[in-house]
Design a protein around this ligand. Structure first.
Ligand code: ADP
Length: 659
């Protein structure tokens, strides 16, 4: 019998397979099972299109058979099968996919089967019932899957009979040097379908090929990749049972016998393809805990089923707490990605934006173009469309939670709020629009967490800006001198207590046309025109005093000036320019060179009795004035929570005042 050569490009890929480019060789089983499932889909489709008696889905099954002695593993299906020429063309050439041809040949009918197709704008996808979903699912798209079996096999035999044919043919190959196709005289199959038999390689070193003869390994692999194949995957398994022996008295230990039983290994119907109203909260939570290894239920979930330019279904969960190591570099985000119920990727990072990296779940789509053996996804535009859609779904889900179950939402925010804030900061504000409504801050007035929208709704009519104050804790922020006037005016202040907060706020800049301002900003618009005029006068009147104070403090401050917003406190320290003192504190805690410094400004309360003392000293005692300047400056630093530069002389100055 003449051996035929693989086509050149096929031979090259085959060489790669044989010398194994994959670390996880076990996927060969997924590929063979997917092919079997495709073959049954095709037969189901062809037979029903012919209008004959057709088939029921329940007529089909996939069998796995193991023969330990011969080291053989067989995957058997009763699908559409292959004729001699199909064996030749489908298995003789890599990158020629019979499935793709089938798809193209039957395009019109397949399209009609779909309820909704491409009349939707780019990333729009409409939700549909699982029942309306396209019936014909075809997994394989590009033809290299079959060859992955060479990673584990010495020889591969394919015995197949095409549907409607009387002859059975055999394809046989020992690897790269070619294959044979022959018609079998003694029919080894008495019905349509295909049997793929692998003779496994001998174990060498760390490579344990015998594991693919092991019942438990096979069960595990099927469960991992092929659990949702819609046809039963059956295998005969060995079990033991005690032998019934009526004569034995109760002291004799029972004897056991082994027997075999056919077991179905896969659960077949993916949860996400079922109708929402068939599923209970328990179903969803059980699935979450099993699949994503959490011992607590998720906080909330969303189950979707969308059709449009790209169709996809899936479930996403918001975990009830931050996953282990979540805020570390090691954490890997991602969703499981399926193509028609077959797992392609355990953690597809491209499906989740960083700001929502805490989301767990899976997506299943029949429309993905996959490259070599479904292992690495091409940067496909479909994937990007799905990702965009999921992004929006997550946001909506969170907004729903915020509106309908505030307690749960606050729990969510406690766990993952930091990620949302980083999302705003890392996008340099580009994602502000998307994320700002998810934020919660502590309101000083209401003494509870509020959203920016809620803050804005409760603003008095005369309030022009949104105010926040940054500091280590809520109680400290409450005591900031610069907060007093704003609170007394009846305005609320958002207390920002996390390092990232002010950086993120600076990126948001404004919310629904209201400027967001720090209470420390120098340009707060709080005074009436008359008040402004008065303070301008007063500042001018005491110009010399401010110059003297500035000289005393030298380059410690950029300026000393009259404050327009201190009430009961005599002084406070603030900064000019975009960097606040709080931000300086955060930055100085980071390991980096050339720490940026805020431009410090000392403000003095013109209505405080201390001010009059200073005015008097300016004329009477310049030395004392200089000492008071140091004292007030250090006091301001302490209030602000900043270290004083020379604590010893500060202490000495105070003593001097006492004696
Ligand atoms: P694909 O990605 O298309 O599944 P494969 O290399 O795995 O690529 O298979 C090549 C082609 O061989 C398939 O497209 C299909 O037409 C055919 N084929 C493979 N396995 C079977 C099977 N069990 N029954 C019928 N046809 C099969």
């Amino acid at each position: 019998m003449r051996k035929k050569q693989f086509k050149t490009e096929s031979k090259r890929i085959l060489d790669l397979m044989i010398n194994s480019i994959y670390t996880n060789k076990e996927i060969f089983l997924r590929e063979l099972i997917s092919n079997a499932s495709d073959a049954m889909d095709k037969l189901y489709f062809v037979a029903s299109a012919e209008g004959g008696k057709g088939f029921d889905r329940s007529d089909f099954e996939i069998r796995i058979e193991v023969d330990q002695e011969n080291r053989s593993l067989s995957i058997i299906d009763n699908g559409i099968g292959m004729s001699q020429s199909e064996l030749e063309s489908n298995l003789g050439t890599i990158a020629r996919s019979g499935t793709l041809d089938f798809r193209n040949d039957n395009k019109a009918e397949l399209e009609r089967e779909r309820t909704i197709t491409s009349d939707y704008p780019e990333d729009e996808a409409v939700d549909v019932d699982a029942d309306n979903q396209q019936e014909i699912d075809i997994i394989g798209q590009f033809g290299v899957g079959f060859y992955s079996s060479f990673m584990v096999s010495k020889t591969i035999t394919v015995i197949s009979r095409a549907y409607g044919s009387e002859t059975t043919c055999m394809w046989y190959s020992e690897g790269a040097d070619g294959y044979t196709v022959t018609e079998l005289e003694n029919d080894q199959r008495n019905e349509h379908g295909t049997t793929v038999t692998l003779i496994l390689r001998d174990d060498i070193g760390e490579e344990d090929y015998s594991t693919y003869l092991d019942e438990y390994t096979l069960k595990r692999i099927v469960k991992k990749y092929s659990d949702y194949i819609r046809y039963p995957i059956r295998m005969s398994v060995t079990r033991t049972r005690p032998i019934e022996n009526e004569d034995a008295d109760s002291d004799t230990p029972p004897e056991y016998e082994s027997y075999t039983e056919i077991e179905t290994l896969n659960s077949m119907v993916p949860l996400w393809r079922r109708n929402k109203n068939e599923l209970s909260e328990e179903d969803y939570q059980q699935f979450y805990q099993d699949k994503f290894h959490d011992y607590e239920p998720s906080l909330t979930y969303t189950h979707f089923n969308a059709e449009g330019l790209v169709s996809f279904s899936g479930i996403m969960y918001i975990p009830g707490r931050a996953p282990y190591g979540y805020y570390s570099k090691e954490y890997e985000k991602g969703l499981q990605l399926y193509s028609n119920g077959v797992l392609i990727m355990d953690r597809c990072a491209d499906l989740l934006p960083d700001c929502f990296s805490f989301v767990k779940g899976l997506v299943d789509s029949p429309d993905l173009s996959l490259n070599i053996s479904r292992e690495i996804l091409q940067q496909s535009s479909q994937l990007q469309l799905i990702a965009k859609n999921l992004d929006r779904r997550i946001k909506n889900e969170l907004m729903n939670l915020q509106e309908n179950d505030r307690e749960k939402y606050e729990e969510f925010f406690k766990n993952f709020g930091l990620q949302i804030k980083f999302g705003i900061y890392n996008s340099f504000g580009a994602d502000s629009e998307k994320l700002q409504d998810l934020l919660l801050y502590h309101s000083l007035k209401e003494d509870k967490m509020v959203t920016l929208a809620e803050y804005q709704e409760s603003m008095p009519e005369d309030q022009k800006e949104i105010y926040y104050a940054a500091g280590g804790s809520i109680s400290r922020i409450r005591q900031l001198p610069q907060a007093e006037l704003i609170l007394d005016n009846g305005y609320d202040i958002l207390a920002l207590t996390e390092d990232i907060d002010e950086f993120a706020m600076k990126m948001i800049r404004q919310y629904k046309e209201k400027e967001i301002k720090s209470v420390s900003d120098s340009d707060l618009d709080l005074e009436t025109d008359i008040e402004k005029e008065v303070s301008k006068e007063q500042a001018k009147l005491h110009e010399d005093l401010f110059t003297a104070l500035k000289d005393a403090l030298d380059d410690k401050v950029k300026e000393v000036r009259l404050s327009t917003r201190l009430k009961s406190h005599p002084v406070w320290i603030t900064s000019d320019g975009p960097l606040s003192l709080e931000m300086e504190k955060v930055l100085s805690a980071m390991p980096m060179d050339g720490q940026p410094k805020a431009e410090r400004v000392l403000e003095i309360n013109g209505n405080h009795p201390v001010f009059q003392v200073l005015v008097n000293l300016a004329e009477a005692d310049q030395d004392k004035l200089s000492m008071y300047a140091q004292l007030l400056y250090n006091q301001a630093l302490l209030i602000e929570g900043l270290p004083i530069e020379d604590p010893v002389s500060f202490a000495n100055d105070i003593c001097e005042l006492m004696i």
